[in-house]
Design a binder for this molecule. Structure first.
Ligand code: SF4
Length: 347
């Protein structure tokens, strides 16, 4: 069934081919567009979009501000395009993933309020027949590949006649995931160096902001709160002991995940006896996401398999990931500090 999209829908769902058609064939060279008045407004809009993507989902409350006039919608869709260009220029996989997740969540918020016909039409545009209450097994498995909750595992699903039953709420969640996967697949865009050069102030600001967001999430890096395994790896490194590849990988990914800058991680490896600057730089940047994949530190189960779960303590029994250990310890210490300062002022 063909559904007529309204002007506002192009701003709500800029990834649809109809939205791109609405923008028409743009003969402007992107460098010229960026220097024009509409280009500057679109760039501001793009930056708002990327900044919103860096905030946690609960704080992304500006998503309902949708223009309804022709110019406003064009600027909104251009902002979507420029936001993708900006994160592509950073070549930072974490930023790219944040933007894809934000765009999917943004579309999802609009989608759940749409009339059934329009929702089904938009779902169809991204390859999902959401009119029924089930999906073919193959499609279901492809969509849920990035969803790690137990409820999505095929063994926990009601499968009948080659189809997986899905509730209406779950169908919406799968639509969101499908948007995320499609957008992620398209990124990073291949952007000419000249364009990235023009966008250097924006990419610099975004990278700085992202670093700050990570620090806010985990706070300043505090070695005292590291889990025993990471403390041991750090001690081995400081003591001039060569650590095995799995240990280097786990430590680098962990330090990157808690917000340590690549340059600081490299500086840390200077202490290793076999330090080789170019090799270390390549490895650290690869693990930090320059290669296109951002790595997460291994779980405790994987650390055990590699034989680098060392000196586990009581807290280790309550967590399943070194990052959880670090988060928990930091929270606990912060609580103790605020309790301690209250005590001091009262005495
Ligand atoms: S249980 Fe996990 S956090 Fe604790 S030492 Fe082992 S790997 Fe590290």
């Amino acid at each position: 069934m063909r559904v007529a999209l309204e002007l506002r829908d192009f701003a709500k769902y800029p990834f649809l081919k109809e939205s791109q058609q609405f923008m028409g064939r743009n003969t402007d060279i992107i460098e010229e567009f960026l220097c024009s008045s509409p280009g500057k407004i679109a760039l501001r809009h793009a930056m708002d979009r990327v900044r919103a993507a860096l905030r946690s989902p609960g704080q992304q409350d500006d998503m309902r501000d949708i223009p309804s006039d022709n110019l406003g919608v064009k600027i909104s869709v251009s902002g979507y395009v420029l936001a993708r260009i900006i994160v592509s220029c950073t070549k930072d996989r974490s930023l790219i993933e944040r933007l894809a997740r934000y765009e999917a969540q943004r579309a999802f918020r609009f989608l759940i309020d749409e009339e059934e016909d329009k929702r089904v039409f938009i779902a169809g545009s991204i390859g999902i027949n959401s009119a029924g209450a089930d999906l073919p097994v193959i499609q279901y498995v492809e969509i849920v590949a990035g969803l790690h909750e137990e409820r999505w595992r095929l063994v926990n699903r009601d499968v009948w006649n080659g189809r997986v039953r899905v509730s209406p709420v779950e169908m919406n969640e799968l639509l969101r995931e499908q948007v995320r996967v499609i957008l992620l697949r398209q990124l990073p865009l291949s952007v000419p160096e000249t364009v990235c050069g023009l966008l250097l102030p924006q990419t610099g600001e975004i990278q700085g902001l992202f670093q700050q967001t990570m620090l806010e999430q985990f706070g300043a890096v505090e070695e005292d709160s590291f889990p025993p395994c990471m403390q041991s790896l750090m001690a081995a490194l400081t003591g001039g002991t060569n650590i095995p590849h799995a240990g280097r990988f786990a430590l680098t990914a962990f330090l990157h995940n808690i917000g340590m800058a690549a340059s600081d991680i490299i500086a840390l490896y200077c202490r290793a006896p076999d330090f080789d600057i170019s090799k270390t730089q390549y490895q650290v940047e690869h693990i930090s996401g320059r290669s296109g994949t951002e790595y997460t530190a291994p779980s405790c189960a994987a650390m055990r398999t590699y034989g680098i779960c060392i000196n586990s303590d009581a807290l280790c029994e309550k967590i399943n990931h070194p990052l959880n250990y670090y988060r928990t310890r930091k929270k606990k210490e912060k609580k103790q500090e605020s309790g301690g300062s209250t005590g001091t002022s009262q005495s």
